[in-house]
Write a protein of this length. Structure first.
Lengths: 136, 649
């Protein structure tokens, strides 16, 4: 005899699992952008980046000491370009999906804000941070 | 045990049946259908289908509700100060409420009206009138902020306003309380001789929305009450109802209710444009303030205009006609085709429906009963299309569903009546609780209504809600009009008096909503865009503090060198660039309001410390986990102290 009860439960489970897919299946080293190309140092781009940094970042970040967030003077030596640019353009996504960032939120107790920075401007900020780190 | 269970079960069953048949035991009858809750339920996180913009009446503001849920989304300060966000208190917004009488912190806002393109609400701007000190405001629907207020000169009380023509060529204003024009010291009993009304046509710039008074029409001293523009075939005309054609100046309740018929004034505004071009207008004194919020500088500025152009009907044949309308008409509504003009005679026993086509014919055939101050009075029967019989007691306002039906609010008998435009017969009626004024359908006064809901705007709630002392709220009731019969769905209390409302599909507005102000585009004269630029500057007794706010600190947050007698201006720029992250700013003992600063915005609070001491300031809007830490101190020294100005970065 066909087991209606079993069939119903199976269908229900399938529906639930289908409906609930798409959860956090990302890896801990997730970044929003992948394989960002970093070319030869561009001083003009770095100068533009410095301007944006002073407008949108310095309220919380200094180069050589912790303020609200971590010091960024040597960040390009510590983190990948993908990581840095992802943090600048979508910190809220990184805070949810990247294990390193999750740990940093625990340490600093403040979530980094989305400052509405375009990817082009984020690259400019990266260029500025390269300069600060002496990696020009 | 089993028996006890059975008894309990039976008792519950009997009670349920009793409740089902006799209603809930509150003494009030429940009149909603069983599926009403489902129709107004919007699940958490889901959006409503319509925005409803409700005037706040004597609150002076506009409130925004989601429909069908009736959830309050926002209150937009317009004609009254709002300490909650500093509107009217911050240096940037004070100019918005400045008039020829000085700064006015309150008014009475009555009719919201959405801008239109081709006779359809386009979701760009919302206009609203102030009744007490005559003004018209414009709200930008990308920011939900009041961006312009223009004062109406030569007027006493602006009620029939601010209705728009079908491409928002004009918004109108009018005189509810006729006054001497120009104002002068005369005896009130000289009313009939000296008092006049004006109908003002305010031109709206199609790109920027900027308003300016194009012309006024000088009218006999009646009370001009409500209006609507012609549309479609009657585009080019505007209709204004009037009462007190008796020209009484005391006990109007009795003395202005004597005439069997008052008038709807039909104004040919295209003709007015011709007369204007011919130089027929008189330039007369009409000092008025025009306040505009400069969105780049984030600051309101006032200009004062001295004169206005006035057309006098006697000198301009064909400009205005009077249509006799029974018993102190109130509402003046035009159907989507532009053919029917419906008068709401608040003391009448019928609803008169006039035909635009017949009106043109009567004008052509000169079917005039008489002339008043050069304005021909058309013959009632020559213009009448029909009368709606037995509409209830006190019909006021009518809106249309675009499917051949009209809906009229009826004040004294507290109901909405639905009637057919085909034969002017009442087809349905529904009681409302209580004393309905205006009603509103989405697009109900435009060429394209969306006949889904009807909002009844009720003046009195009495026993509808839990009592809150002598002062009770006004309310809206939502009615389903998708079927033949109207069905009551829900009601909800409102902010101030929901005098009139406009509903519009959320789709037209929601995606254009501004989320932040870009720091790069901030041209405020006192902005700084980095904490590195923070500074404090003394200029005599004036001290300007240039401050930034970001989660979760102010820069500077320690200021010394302020002295008693100083006027301190805190110019606070919110450096956030993320949606829904405002910061607040309040300083101890301030006799001003707070500031609520949106992301990327600069606002200024003026503070005059009165005694030496150290005064804390802090962020008032919970912004982050460390919001409680977002604070600072100002040291205030005696006037003759030698403390140098200093601050930290």
């Amino acid at each position: 005899m066909f087991n209606w009860k079993f069939a119903f439960v199976s269908v229900a489970f399938s529906l639930i699992s289908l409906g609930c897919s798409g959860g956090n299946s990302e890896n801990g080293d997730f970044t929003v952008v992948k394989d960002v190309k970093i070319g030869a140092f561009d001083p003009q781009l770095a100068a533009k980046g410095e301007q944006i940094f002073k407008m949108k970042c310095v309220a919380c970040h200094q180069y050589d000491k912790r303020l609200v967030g971590p010091p960024l003077g040597d960040v390009v030596k510590r983190r990948s370009a993908d990581y840095i640019i992802s943090m600048i353009i979508a910190p809220e996504v990184m805070q949810e999906k990247n294990d390193t960032v999750k740990a940093l939120v625990q340490k600093y107790l403040t979530k980094m804000t989305n400052q509405n920075v375009s990817i082009e401007d984020a690259k400019a900020i990266y260029e500025h941070l390269r300069q600060v780190a002496g990696m020009k | 045990m089993k028996d006890k269970f059975l008894i309990a079960f039976s008792a519950i069953a009997i009670l349920s049946i009793a409740v089902f048949f006799f209603g809930c035991p509150t003494g009030k009858k429940s009149v909603v259908e069983r599926d009403a809750a489902e129709k107004v339920y919007i699940a958490p996180g889901q959006y409503d289908e319509f925005y409803a913009f409700l005037s706040g009446g004597f609150s002076g503001q506009v409130s925004v509700y989601g429909i069908p849920s009736g959830r309050l989304l926002r209150i937009i300060p317009v004609f009254a100060v709002n300490p909650e966000n500093g509107y009217g208190y911050s240096e940037e917004t004070k100019a918005m409420l400045t008039t020829t009488h000085g700064f006015i912190p309150w008014d009475d806002s009555h009719h919201p009206e959405l801008s239109q393109t081709n006779g359809v609400a386009d979701g760009r701007w919302l206009f609203i009138n102030s009744n007490n000190t005559p003004r018209v405001a414009r709200i930008d629907l990308t920011t939900f902020r009041t961006v312009e207020i223009i004062e109406i000169p030569n007027s006493g009380g602006n009620h029939a306003s601010p209705f728009v023509t079908e491409n928002t060529e004009y918004v109108v204003a009018s005189t509810r309380f006729s006054v001497p024009i120009p104002q002068e010291d005369v005896t009130i009993s000289s009313y009939a001789e000296k008092f006049k009304g004006t109908l003002s046509f305010i031109k709206v710039d199609p790109q920027t929305g900027r308003m300016n008074i194009a012309f006024q029409i000088l009218m006999p001293g009646f009370d001009y009450d409500l209006s609507h523009a012609g549309k479609g075939k009657s585009h080019g005309w505007f209709f204004f109802s009037s009462y007190n054609t008796e020209q009484a100046h005391t006990l109007l309740e009795v003395n202005a209710s004597q005439n069997d018929k008052d008038f709807i004034a039909a104004v040919n505004w295209k003709k007015a444009e011709e007369y204007l071009a011919q130089g027929k207008a008189h330039e007369i004194p009409g000092v008025h303030y025009h306040n505009v919020f400069d969105e780049k500088k984030q600051t309101a500025y006032s200009e004062v205009i001295d004169n206005v152009k006035v057309l006098i009907p006697e000198e301009c044949p064909g400009l205005v006609y009077f249509i006799p309308t029974p018993k102190s008409p109130h509402g003046c509504d035009v159907d989507p085709e532009g053919e029917y003009i419906v008068g709401g005679g608040k003391l009448a026993t019928v609803i008169p429906v006039f035909s635009f086509t017949k009106m043109l014919k009567a004008i052509e055939e000169k079917k005039f009963d008489k002339t008043i101050d050069g304005i021909p009075v058309l013959n009632y029967d020559a213009v009448l299309a029909g009368e709606v019989q037995n509409p209830g007691l006190g019909p006021l306002h009518t809106e249309f569903d675009g499917k051949g039906y009209a809906y009229t609010s009826v004040f004294i008998s507290s109901e909405v009546v639905k009637w057919s435009l085909k034969d002017f017969k009442v087809v349905d009626r529904i009681p409302v609780y209580y004393s309905i004024g205006h009603l509103c359908l989405p697009g109900g006064d435009t060429k394209k209504p969306t006949p889904k809901y009807l909002l009844a705007l009720n003046k009195i709630t009495k026993d509808r809600y839990l009592p809150t002392g002598p002062e009770l709220p006004q309310a809206c009731q939502l009615i389903d009009i998708t079927g033949e019969k109207m069905k009551m769905l829900s009601d909800f209390p409102t902010v101030g008096e929901p005098h009139y409302a406009q509903m519009i599909s959320a789709e037209v507005i929601k995606d254009k909503s501004v989320k932040i102000f870009k720091l790069e585009e901030n041209q405020h004269p006192h902005k700084i865009t980095s904490p590195e630029q923070a500074k404090v500057i003394r200029n005599g007794k004036e001290v300007h503090v240039y401050m930034t706010a970001i989660r979760s600190h102010f820069t500077p947050d320690n200021i010394e060198g302020i002295k008693v007698g100083d006027e301190v201006y805190f110019h606070v720029t919110n450096l956030e660039q993320d949606w829904d992250i405002p910061h607040g700013f309040a300083v101890f003992g301030s006799t001003n309001a707070e500031l609520l600063i949106m992301p990327g915005e600069t606002l200024t609070l003026k503070w005059t410390p009165k005694a030496p001491g150290v005064y804390p300031f802090y962020c008032t809007d919970f912004c982050s986990a460390l919001h409680q830490e977002m604070q600072g101190y100002v040291r205030v020294s005696p006037a003759n102290a030698k403390v140098e100005l200093s601050w930290n970065k």
